[in-house]
Design a protein around this ligand. Structure first.
Ligand SMILES: [Zn+2]
Length: 437
């Protein structure tokens, strides 16, 4: 028995008898040094009669940069307790559970490297000298232990969709069209008020998956949700109305802005084609201004805003006038959104909304009429944003984490593993290891 070497190895309940140099590193011979290991796991009686020996070779962490090979010679015991159904058993210690070929600490380390250390399954498997399935299982065990099974109550919930992976296109001969083969969507549920980060993800993008996830929560949990931030997507709207009838829906600020900018771009492209007979290109001022047109004027220098308006007025009127109208309507909408968190009174909101509607109606542009109709349809949810300032920004941030994780995620082809990994990453983020928001 070598006490110092046993201490160095640090596997409780096991003692080192000798260490030899093997062809692939040190070979460490172990015996049991825990009297509890001699007790029958069924009845707890201390065994007296040996039934012989067993040798197991559990894999363990590296020591001093080398991976020692453990050889544990252990007793097989008879249980003499009359009436005990367990006739015999082999010794186990906490670090090497029965029938496990890895030490507990090796398994924990392999799982933690993935869940907390940002390693991929492949990297962790390689670093720990274990197979891919072992590393994947260790990760699942680790994640299940550190993540709460049920999220804590949430006051402000974010629901957001994300596409998983790039779509792959295949030619379908029967229909003569390109079809996507990988077109998976995830819907993410995010705690926007507390620090829980991503609460869960489900596959698919329909009302049923949203309702199902919410139905898995308790009634008390659902009752606690006061606000839900969503994309301007009718699927989410109807699902939340159904599952959380008491919650106030909030249209996500980012998606309103995106829609307004998209409208400006559509109008610019249409009038270019109509007047010039082709798509915009270098040399067409409206094409060169395309990025400035979708920039928020409140973030531009005052002179640059005046320049932009001047340049649009210098264009042929059939191009410049509609684009300027679209740009003004977009800015009207941004002014309206900028009232958020300023405690605006009812008249200020009504004035800006009227200005926006009026401009859209006056323009005679079908794209602006459609934008006005969308704003009208979603007005209660947009107004809820103006009053609360709640946005899915936190959830958008989570999407970025998901994309980063997915990009690194060789070995996260399994969507369940990917969701687990993302939850680990975002929960850690939300706990403040990285700066959120
Ligand atoms: Zn027994």
């Amino acid at each position: 028995m070598n006490e110092d070497t046993s201490r160095l190895l640090g596997l409780a309940g096991l003692a080192v008898t000798r260490v030899e140099d093997g062809p692939d590193g040190p070979v460490v011979y172990l015996v049991t040094a825990d009297d509890q290991a001699r007790r029958c796991p069924h009845c707890g009686t201390r065994a007296r009669r040996s039934k012989g020996w067993r040798v197991t070779r559990p894999r363990d962490l590296a020591v001093g940069g080398r991976h020692p090979r453990l050889v544990w010679r252990k007793h097989r015991w008879r249980c003499d307790e009359s009436g005990c159904p367990r006739k015999s058993f082999t010794e186990t210690v906490a670090q090497v559970p029965a029938r496990k070929r890895l030490t507990l600490r090796l398994r924990t380390s392999a799982g933690a490297a993935i869940a907390d250390g940002g390693r991929t399954i492949v990297q962790s498997a390689r670093d720990h000298h274990v197979s891919w399935p072992v590393a994947a299982a260790a990760f699942a065990t680790h994640a299940a232990a550190v993540l709460p099974a049920q999220p804590d109550p949430v006051q402000v919930l974010g629901i957001d969709e994300i596409r998983r992976g790039r779509p792959k296109w295949v030619w379908d001969e029967t229909t003569g069209t390109w079809q996507t083969t990988v077109d998976r969507w995830h819907v993410g549920f995010v705690d926007l008020s507390g620090g829980q980060g991503l609460l869960g993800q489900v596959e698919g993008r329909n009302a049923a998956v949203v309702c199902d996830w919410l139905a898995e929560r308790t009634q008390a949990w659902r009752d606690a949700v006061r606000f839900v931030a969503i994309d301007m997507c009718t699927i989410f709207k109807s699902a939340v109305r159904q599952a959380l009838p008491g919650a106030v829906l909030v249209a996500d600020h980012f998606h309103i802005v995106q829609l307004a900018n998209q409208t400006v771009t559509e109008i610019r492209r249409r009038v270019t084609v109509q007047v010039r007979g082709r798509r915009g290109r270098k040399g067409n001022r409206e094409w060169e201004l395309r990025n400035r047109l979708t920039r928020n004027a409140s973030r531009m220098h005052g002179d640059h805003v005046a320049d932009l308006e001047g340049e649009l007025k210098d264009l042929p009127p059939r191009i410049g006038t509609p684009i300027l109208a679209a740009w003004n309507a977009k800015e009207d909408l941004l002014d309206l959104l900028a009232l958020a968190r300023t405690h605006p009174n009812r008249e200020d909101i009504a004035d800006l909304l009227f200005r926006f509607y009026h401009r859209c109606a006056q323009s005679g542009l079908p794209e602006l009429e459609r934008l006005a109709t969308t704003v009208e349809t979603w007005w209660p949810e947009i107004l809820a944003f103006i009053h609360t300032g709640i946005t899915n920004a936190g959830s958008e941030g989570t999407n970025r984490v998901i994309k980063t994780v997915a990009r690194d995620a060789y070995g996260f082809r399994n969507p369940a593993n990917q969701r687990l990994r993302t939850r680990c990453a975002t929960t850690r983020r939300a706990r403040g290891h990285l700066s959120p928001r």
